[in-house]
Design a binder for this molecule. Structure first.
Ligand SMILES: Cc1cc2nc3c(=O)[nH]c(=O)nc-3n(C[C@H](O)[C@H](O)[C@H](O)COP(=O)(O)OP(=O)(O)OC[C@H]3O[C@@H](n4cnc5c(N)ncnc54)[C@H](O)[C@@H]3O)c2cc1C
Length: 375
C-alpha cells in the first residue's frame, strides 16, 4: 500500500491546482475517476476571466488570481494564459432597472467599465440588434482564458515536483486510521476492475459536483452543495466573429462569445441536477438560439456542437474551503460554481497554505469561504 501526506480526490482545475501547490513541499497523490483529467466541469467551461462576476467575494478571489494569470510567476507556461476579449453588457426595454443595478454593482470596483451608446456598441459588433438594445456598457478588461494551457501547466508542475497522478480510479471508501485516512479505490471505467488502497494523512475533497458524495463516504453530513446544469451551443459564424467581444444581457439570461473559430451561445441556465456526465437538452438549446436571435440580427443556420456542464454552488454561492470541524484531516475544496477556472490560482494558494500550515494569507473574506459556516 502507498502512503502519502495528501490524497487529493478529483483532477479538475481545483484538484490539479492544489495538488501542484502541495507537491512543492509534500508527497501527494491525485486520484481521478475518469481516464483523463478535466473531463467534467473543468473541460466544459466558457473559458472567460471576468473580474466583476457573481459577487464581491468571488471578485476578490478573481483579483487575487490576476497576477498569476498576467505575470505567470516561475515561468508557468511558455504561452500566454489570457487573451483580450472585452465584454459588452446589454439591456433591453424591460431590463432598464437591471442595467442600472449592473452599473451600480460593478462600476465602482472597475474604472474601465463604462456605458457606451447603442451605436458605439453596434460599431464594435455590427450584428447587435439596435432595436432590441436600449442600454449597453463595455468592459475592456474581460479576458479569454486558455484553459487547456492552464490545466497542462498545473499537471506539468505536479508531475515535475514528484506528484503521483492516478487516472481511471474512483475513491469508493474512506476510513479513518490512527494517522489519517485509508482510501479504497476501484477502477470503474475499464473492463478490468482493479482495486487499490491508498493511505494519506489528509484528504482534500476536490470532487466538484461529487463533493457531497465523497464527504458522505467519510461519514460527513452535507453542506448543501447543488450542481446546476448549464448549456452551451457552438454556432458556425463568419470569420470576422473571431474578434468579437463577449456579450451578456444584464439579467444574465443569455451570453455569447467567440470560441474555437465559432460562436459559443449559452442561455445561462441553471437546472438543479444530480452529479453526472451532464448532457444538453433540446429545449435549452432552442432557448439559447431564440434569445441570441433577439439581441442580434443573425439567424443561426447550423449548430456545430452542443454540450452541458455542471456548476456546483453552496447556498450562498461562495466557495467552500477549509478543514471540516466534524472530521479532522478532511479538507473541502468545493463550490466553485461558475468561476472555478478564473479563481483557481487564488483558491489553490489559500488551500495549500492551510494544508501545509504555512502563515495564513491575510484575507478579510475568509470566514465567508470556510466550511464552518455550514456546520
Ligand atoms: C458551461 C460552463 C461555463 C463555465 N464558464 C466558466 C468561466 O468562463 N470561467 C470560470 O472560471 N469558470 C467557468 N465555469 C465553472 C468551472 O468550469 C468550474 O467552477 C470548475 O471547472 C470546477 O472545477 P472542479 O475541479 O471543482 O470540478 P470538476 O472539473 O468537475 O472536477 C472534479 C473531478 O472529480 C472527479 N471525481 C469525483 N468524484 C470522484 C471520486 N470519488 N473518485 C475520483 N474522482 C472523482 C470527477 O471525475 C471530476 O473529474 C463554467 C462551467 C460550465 C459548466
Amino acid at each position: 500500500m502507498s502512503n502519502y501526506d495528501f490524497a487529493v480526490v478529483g483532477a479538475g482545475v481545483a484538484g490539479l491546482s492544489v495538488a501542484a501547490a502541495l507537491s512543492e513541499q509534500a508527497s501527494v497523490v491525485l486520484i481521478e475517476r475518469e481516464s483523463q483529467p478535466a473531463y467534467h466541469s473543468s473541460g466544459r467551461s466558457a473559458a472567460v476571466y471576468i473580474e466583476g462576476y457573481e459577487s464581491h467575494v468571488v471578485a476578490g478571489l478573481t483579483r487575487a488570481s490576476r497576477d498569476f494569470f498576467f505575470q505567470q510567476p516561475g515561468k508557468f507556461s511558455e504561452h500566454p494564459l489570457l487573451h483580450p476579449l472585452g465584454g459588452l453588457t446589454v439591456g433591453g426595454a424591460d431590463q432598464l432597472a437591471a442595467f442600472d443595478d449592473h452599473l451600480a454593482t460593478w462600476q465602482p470596483g472597475n474604472p474601465e467599465l463604462h456605458e457606451i451608446s447603442v451605436s458605439e456598441a453596434v460599431e464594435k459588433l455590427p450584428v447587435l440588434n439596435p432595436d432590441w438594445i436600449k442600454r449597453v456598457s463595455f468592459d475592456p478588461s474581460m479576458q479569454g482564458i486558455d484553459v487547456h494551457e492552464l490545466l497542462s501547466g498545473f499537471r506539468r508542475q505536479f508531475i515535475q515536483r514528484g506528484g503521483k497522478l492516478v487516472l481511471g480510479q474512483a475513491v469508493t471508501g474512506l476510513n479513518r486510521t490512527d494517522s489519517g485516512w485509508l482510501l479504497n479505490t476501484s477502477a470503474l471505467t475499464t473492463d478490468q476492475s482493479s482495486e487499490q488502497d491508498i493511505s494519506a494523512r489528509w484528504v482534500v475533497n476536490a470532487a466538484g459536483s461529487w463533493c457531497e458524495e465523497l464527504a458522505a463516504l467519510a461519514g460527513l453530513a452535507p453542506v448543501g452543495l447543488t450542481p446546476l446544469r448549464r448549456t452551451a451551443v457552438l454556432c458556425s459564424v463568419p470569420e470576422s466573429a473571431r474578434h468579437w467581444p463577449m456579450v451578456h444581457d444584464c439579467e444574465n439570461t443569455v451570453y455569447f462569445k467567440p470560441d474555437a473559430g465559432a460562436l459559443m451561445v449559452s442561455p445561462a441556465d441553471e437546472h438543479p441536477s444530480v452529479p453526472c456526465d451532464a448532457q444538453p437538452e433540446d429545449i435549452d438549446v432552442a432557448i439559447a438560439l431564440d434569445r441570441f436571435q433577439q439581441i442580434t440580427t443573425m439567424q443561426v443556420k447550423r449548430v456545430a456542437h452542443r454540450w452541458a456542464g455542471l456548476r456546483t454552488f453552496a447556498p450562498d454561492r461562495n466557495p467552500v474551503l477549509g478543514f471540516d470541524p466534524l472530521a479532522p484531516n478532511f479538507y473541502w475544496l468545493g463550490g466553485q460554481g461558475g468561476f472555478g477556472v478564473q479563481t483557481s490560482p487564488a483558491i489553490s494558494r489559500l488551500a495549500a497554505n492551510d494544508l501545509l500550515a504555512l502563515a495564513p494569507i491575510p484575507d478579510p473574506q475568509r470566514a465567508q469561504l470556510h466550511v464552518r459556516r455550514y456546520r
